[in-house]
Design a protein around this ligand. Structure first.
Ligand code: 6PG
Length: 242
């Protein structure tokens, strides 16, 4: 098995990873001190199982949908109806989940990456109610992240300026490092760190290589993710080489 981060849990398969993440969200909701609960959604394909599971019979009744607000860690600059859109992916995966109007906070992907990043930072600040992030009062109850085959997470790609952003909560990404090669908007490490719990969801044999590279100590973007709360890697056997 590949040496994994100390906080990693290896689960039998992708469905087990989704179930473990769903259980963790239910627990976070039950322990949430605030009325409004903020979840930062990962994009890509891995989290689809989780979002569908949350909307399904096992979890739908366990979640306080009227308190939950869903944000995005990143998105591609395509229309929300486009197959590459993370908003579309989430809407399709959540299906008929009772998400109240205005509780799915998509990024403005119809302009420039710079304008979209600025607008989303305002969306986050308006929800948070302050201009500076207080470690004692995280912006998110849960941050969900994936791991790209090049070691990126959200749209924080290797050797891009967004990696160095330490104050802004969002950043434009004019050039994506992996397909789809469209401009992106991403949350920065600072915003992603403001979480009660951060979960990496990593499944499939294709993720063995980035996990190996992280284990070798390579300076990949995913290595720099921090959390003011708990940071846990949920990895299935295929990805872990187990
Ligand atoms: C995105 C995601 C990205 C994703 C990884 C893994 O918008 O693409 O935010 O960071 O999590 O690329 O993608 P898969 O889950 O599709 O392997």
């Amino acid at each position: 098995m590949i040496p994994l981060p100390p906080s990693a849990e290896v689960l039998p398969d992708a469905e087990a990873v989704a179930a473990a993440a769903a259980k963790r969200l239910v627990a976070l909701c039950r322990s949430a001190a605030r009325h409004d609960i903020a979840v930062c959604l990962a994009g890509g394909s891995t989290p689809k199982r989780l979002y569908a599971r949350l909307s399904g019979p096992d979890y739908r009744e366990q979640l306080p949908w009227e308190r939950l607000h869903w944000f995005f860690g990143d998105d591609r600059l395509v229309p929300w109806t486009d197959a590459a859109s993370n908003v579309r992916m989430a809407r399709d995966a959540f299906g008929d989940a009772p998400i109240p109007e205005g509780h799915l906070h998509g990024m403005a992907t119809d302009g420039t990456p710079e304008a979209g990043a600025r607008a989303y930072a305002e969306t986050l600040r308006a929800f948070y109610g302050a201009a500076d992030l207080d470690p004692a009062r995280p912006l998110f109850d849960l941050v969900l992240l994936g791991l790209g085959e090049d070691g990126h997470t959200a749209s924080l790609f290797p050797a891009t300026p967004a990696l160095a952003e330490r104050t802004a909560w969002t950043a434009p990404v004019p050039e994506a490092g992996l397909a789809p090669f469209v401009p992106r908007i991403t949350l920065t490490f600072s915003a992603l760190a403001s979480a009660r719990e951060t979960l990496f969801l990593v499944t499939g044999a294709g993720k063995q290589e980035p996990l190996r590279r992280l284990a070798r100590g390579e300076d990949l973007p995913a290595r720099h993710v921090r959390s003011v709360g708990r940071l846990v890697w949920l990895v299935d056997r295929d990805a872990a080489g187990a």
